[in-house]
Design a protein around this ligand. Structure first.
Ligand code: ADP
Ligand code: MG
Length: 343
């Protein structure tokens, strides 16, 4: 990483209290349980994991849409963890979010031009008389015909709506874009064009990006680094190429083994690691290693896995793994070998 980090998240925790505690039926959802990550200038970090692993909650905490339970969040060196709404206002420009469903996240009563122009107005970025020109410029940047600025979101296709969402996010020239499954609701054919656009825009404009997805192929295409989440925690983090070439955590290995690859020959020759059981409830995550109840290496698992949560430890340059079985020298557990032998 060159330059000061744009985002530093340290020990982020978000617990949701659900149900009625008076009636004894309440509980605590451990949505995020101690997540730390850093994003450098112009860097794209992929946050990947199954549904319910806490990815959106991490994004929402960073954008301060939900209040973190513990930990700190710094944007360009400023601690924003507990800023009030008013104090956050100037920082709202720095971090912008693009959501999965552009339909529900765009105000249906505003034209697309008004939607894109709203942040310009709120942050007083462009004098009123120049606003329309800037909106046309933003539409052009995201590949939308300028006439579409007079239309309402429901008159556009899903892909066009997501382009409007991107134009709105980019209108304030944010330092950090948080994209939460931005293409998951779109047709496959449209997904690629939006991802290409995002990559081009990122290269041209140089913003940093936290890209949240459950889809590994997207991460491989787009991201510089990847953080893998399981049940509220990051279990592995590495540069994209390295993670795909040499995954160390048994969970990452399982995820990668299940991913679809474009080459049918390679697909057939792959050994698939099938994880037993379901993801445990975040209302009662396992003690110690949160992956131990599904770990294919459980039989030979380290005794401390029941009591001790493995810390993220370096196993190579910029490669971190939270597994008791990964030795200090970084020797990978042999899930794949075991799987080949018939797990
Ligand atoms: P992901 O984006 O990886 O699918 P989420 O961050 O949406 O995961 O959710 C993580 C966990 O937190 C899930 O178990 C989810 O049900 C729970 N959760 C998220 N938001 C709330 C909320 N507002 N109240 C209670 N539980 C929540
Ligand atoms: Mg989500």
């Amino acid at each position: 990483m060159t330059g000061d980090p744009v985002l530093e998240v340290d020990g982020l925790v978000k617990h949701f209290h659900v149900g009625s505690q008076l009636l004894g039926g309440g509980g605590t959802v451990h949505a995020v349980d101690g997540v730390s990550l850093t994003i450098g200038p112009g860097e794209l970090l992929g946050l990947v994991g199954e549904s319910g692993s806490g990815k959106s909650t991490v994004g929402n905490c960073i954008a301060r849409l939900v209040e973190p339970t513990a930990g700190t969040i710094r944007i360009r060196g400023t601690d924003v963890t507990h800023l009030s709404r008013r104090e956050m206002r100037p920082l709202r420009r720095e971090v912008h979010m693009v959501f999965q469903d552009p339909y529900s996240s765009l105000n249906p009563r505003m034209t697309c031009g008004q939607i894109v122009g709203e942040p310009l107005r709120l942050h007083k970025l462009v004098p009123r008389r120049d606003r329309d020109r800037r909106i046309v410029q933003l539409f052009d940047q995201v590949g939308l015909r300028s006439e579409l600025r007079h239309r309402y979101p429901h008159e556009l296709s899903g892909g066009q709506r997501q382009r409007v969402g991107l134009a709105r996010a980019l209108s304030v020239s944010p330092a950090l874009l948080i994209a939460d499954e931005p293409v998951s609701a779109l047709d496959v054919s449209v997904q690629a064009s939006i991802l290409n656009l995002l990559r081009e825009l990122q290269r041209d404009l140089g913003f940093s990006c936290l890209f949240i997805t459950h889809d590994l192929a997207t991460v491989e295409f787009l991201c510089d680094r990847v953080a893998v989440m399981y049940l509220g925690a990051i279990v592995e983090q590495a540069p994209t190429e390295e993670l795909f070439a040499a995954p160390r955590h048994p969970y990452t290995q399982a995820l990668l083994s299940a991913a679809v690859v474009p080459d049918p020959v390679e697909q057939r020759s792959r050994t698939r690691i099938v994880l037993e059981g379901d993801v445990p409830s975040p209302l009662a995550p396992p003690s110690g290693c949160r992956f131990r109840t599904r770990c294919p290496l459980a039989a030979r698992s380290a005794p401390q896995s029941v009591d001790e949560e493995p810390e993220l430890r370096p196993v190579g340059p910029d490669h971190l793994v939270a597994c008791h079985l990964v030795g200090p020298g970084g020797a990978a557990p042999e899930v794949l070998d075991l799987a080949a032998g018939g797990i």
